[in-house]
Design a protein around this ligand. Structure first.
Ligand SMILES: [Zn+2]
Length: 290
């Protein structure tokens, strides 16, 4: 197939990259869409432990920045907020909420982090949104996606449920990687000279839950304003902590020790360029209007 329909604007998306899966680019809104599938066996080549060391500090810093913005929106009522995180993974967002007295429950399909969830008293329901039955009375004050929105294939079904599950004025918070950031641009450049592995890695095509879409600010806003969400704010998040980048790269089983060292050094050298480029990760706040 050379063309598909863009899930955001309905125009033609043209085959752009031939990787482990195909990637299409919308000629109108610039959205990148893959034809990847979610692998329900949950098998992937990721080494959980070293990934955790590398990411934890960075993630907690980013989550604190999101909490600060959430408090700016909701004022002092955050203690009484009813929040929902879709795709809680390791549970770090819920942990940060707990530390900040913000009420939030989670939905997560995998049980691989269940021990951490239980040990920390995190309220996580195991299953898929929106099919899972959870307490929905009166709607949520906020629903958050942390590195999850780009993994969802059926955006129509998702957005209909989100509108129903958020109360009037409730916040939809989406934290995701951007297609106009430094890493995506670098992967594009490498693809052009015949190195496809970086692009495969960015799309997480070797993991059981690959990316389905890669958004930029404009097409994400287009998707949500069309569904009656009002854009309110978006902020940059840090995508790179040089001090732990070696562990992050090491977490990928396909990368040898030597290659990991070279990559980590390269990232250190490129740090000023990366920091001066458009952000690789942003968080968006949209208001639900009934
Ligand atoms: Zn489009």
């Amino acid at each position: 197939m050379d063309y598909i329909h863009c899930p955001v604007c309905g125009n033609q998306s043209k085959l752009k990259y031939k990787l482990k899966f195909n990637v299409y680019k919308c000629q109108q809104c610039g959205l990148y869409t893959s034809d990847a599938e979610f692998d329900l066996s949950f098998q992937s080549s990721l080494e959980l432990e070293s990934r955790e060391i590398g990411l934890k500090k960075l993630r907690f810093e980013n989550f604190e920045a999101i909490v600060k913005a959430l408090k700016a929106f909701k004022g002092d009522e955050t203690r009484n907020l009813k929040g929902l995180e879709i795709g809680s993974g390791n549970g770090w967002w819920l942990k940060v909420c707990q530390e900040n007295n913000i009420g939030c429950i989670g939905i997560e399909p995998e049980k691989s982090h269940q021990v951490y969830h239980q040990k920390n008293g995190l309220n996580i329901h195991y299953g898929f949104y929106p099919d899972l039955n959870i307490e929905r009375a009166k709607g949520f004050d906020f629903i958050i996606f942390n590195d999850v929105f780009e993994h969802i294939k059926d955006l129509d079904k998702l957005l209909i449920s989100l509108k129903k599950d958020l109360n009037d004025g409730g916040l939809l918070i989406i934290n995701l990687p951007m297609s106009d950031g430094f890493f995506y641009k670098t992967a594009q450049l490498l693809y052009k000279i015949g190195i496809k592995s970086f692009m495969d890695r960015l799309w997480q095509f070797n993991f059981h839950s690959p990316h389905m879409n890669y958004f930029n600010q404009n097409n994400l806003e287009l998707l949500l304003t069309k569904r009656g969400f009002l854009k309110t704010a978006n902020i940059n998040l840090k995508s790179l902590d040089i001090s732990t980048s070696k562990e992050r790269i090491k977490a990928d089983k396909d990368v040898s020790k030597l290659k990991a060292m070279i990559l980590a050094t390269g990232l250190r050298v490129l740090k000023p360029v990366i920091l001066a480029s458009p952000s690789d990760i942003r968080v968006f706040f949209f208001k639900n209007q009934l």
